[in-house]
Design a protein around this ligand. Structure first.
Ligand SMILES: C[S@@+](CC[C@H](N)C(=O)[O-])C[C@H]1O[C@@H](n2cnc3c(N)ncnc32)[C@H](O)[C@@H]1O
Length: 388
């Protein structure tokens, strides 16, 4: 099902879409402490090979820039985490199909001479000047059909070749095998606005495309082959395996425990979290073997860490412990040591909950396989057309 430019524009041009993206409620603990650092780490990996160009500005095209989250993530990364230089070294252009998004982003960030937002459809926009980074975040490419994604990537790769440039291309799409939508795992494009609840009435359909690593890589590869552009490397990253927003809306998988809310509760000192609810108990859909195998391993690690935290609070959960990966193996020992410094009971619980949130985030960030098992799947390709 193809979606016309007008349909996408209509979805995002409704003022509540802009309000949604700017609302404080959207910036919950998971977004700030879990998702944004992960996105920045992906962007940091993407620009790492460009770090030898320190004296030059980093030229960025952000596709589907919305209200400017990509710009904020990148400028924070440049000023705080990367050794590439400060945000002044950015030459940033955000494009978005929605004029309201563009207007909002321009009002927020467009007063700097090195930042611009323009209304454009990536499916038809012609590119001329070279960029070092073709960025995307917040899954804009999932609005395109698989064929449209191929064409959009071909436009980018053609631009890279015509300018004989070197760059990184970050393609952010929805992961096909997220626990948020196990009942839809058999399909790679479906109506993302569908409702299970009759009381919600008729919603406008929003057709979105979902990707496994294999499918996304095939499309990226086909686009580079079609243009004859040399690829240095492909890498894939899963973001939000357990904490995608729809774990808490239950919109596409009503039986799912509300993992995102539960992690937010762990991060909120004023709330006491029922750790037993955090246990991975998800009925998986039918999927290729490596996906099911990943969830088998990952759920064992996740549940062992939750059970370790419960034990620190003198509670026992019926979990068969498994051997943990090295990155999180020290959790229980390190937590017990820290707890010895604390005497007050309620601070004890807060500390355990906060440390549990931290180690679960660490588990996701270090064990994500880039298969398309999270809310977001980032595909990154590094292209070098300098010698063609
Ligand atoms: C979920 S929002 C993400 C916005 C922003 N990047 C962020 O991370 O918050 C997806 C954005 O993609 C834009 N978009 C969808 N289809 C597009 C297209 N064909 N060309 C350009 N932008 C598009 C939408 O208007 C919307 O602003």
């Amino acid at each position: 099902m193809k979606v016309s430019p007008k349909q996408i524009e209509t979805v995002y041009d409704q003022s509540n879409a802009v309000q949604h993206y700017l609302s404080q409620g959207r910036r919950d603990g998971v977004k700030v402490l879990w998702e944004e650092p992960f996105s920045r780490s992906v962007f940091n990996r993407a620009i790492a090979p460009l770090k030898n160009q320190k004296e030059k500005k980093l030229r960025v095209l952000d596709v589907g820039s919305g209200t400017g989250d990509g710009y904020v993530l990148l400028s924070t990364l440049l000023s705080e985490e990367s050794d590439l230089g400060s945000s002044e070294y950015l030459d940033y252009l955000g494009i978005d199909i929605s004029s309201q998004m563009v207007e909002t982003a321009s009002n927020l960030y467009g007063n700097c001479s090195n930042v611009r937002f323009e209304c454009a459809d990536i499916r038809t926009r012609q590119l001329q000047r070279p960029f070092d980074l073709y960025l995307s975040c917040g899954v804009p490419y999932s609005h395109l059909t698989h064929e449209e994604l191929y064409q959009a990537l071909k436009t980018i790769v053609t631009n890279v070749c015509q300018n004989r440039s070197q760059c990184a291309v970050v393609v952010d799409v929805l992961g096909r095998y997220s626990i948020e939508w196990t009942p839809k795992w058999q399909e790679s494009r479906w109506d993302y606005a569908m409702s299970f609840f009759e009381t919600e009435g008729d919603k406008e359909p929003i057709w979105m495309s979902f990707y496994s690593q294999q499918h996304l890589q095939e499309i990226m590869q086909q686009a580079t082959h079609a243009v004859g552009c040399p690829v240095e490397k492909f890498t894939f990253f899963d973001r939000s395996i357990m904490v995608g927003r729809h774990t808490s809306t239950g919109q596409f998988n009503p039986g799912l425990p509300q993992y995102r809310n539960l992690i937010n509760s762990l991060l909120d000192p004023s709330q006491e979290t029922q750790l037993s609810q955090l246990i991975f108990s998800v009925e998986l859909g039918s999927a290729p073997k490596h996906i099911l195998e990943f969830f088998r391993k990952f759920s064992g690690w996740w549940n062992t860490l939750v059970s370790d935290a419960a034990e620190l609070l003198d509670k026992s959960l019926a979990v068969e412990p498994v051997e943990l990966p090295p990155e999180v193996r020290e959790f229980k020992a390190a937590a017990s040591e820290e707890l010895q410094q604390i005497s007050e009971k309620h601070l004890y619980r807060q500390k355990v909950e906060f440390m549990l949130a931290k180690v679960l985030r660490q588990l996701e960030a270090t064990q994500q396989p880039g298969y398309g098992v999270g809310h977001d799947l980032f595909g990154v390709m590094w292209l070098d057309a300098t010698e063609i």
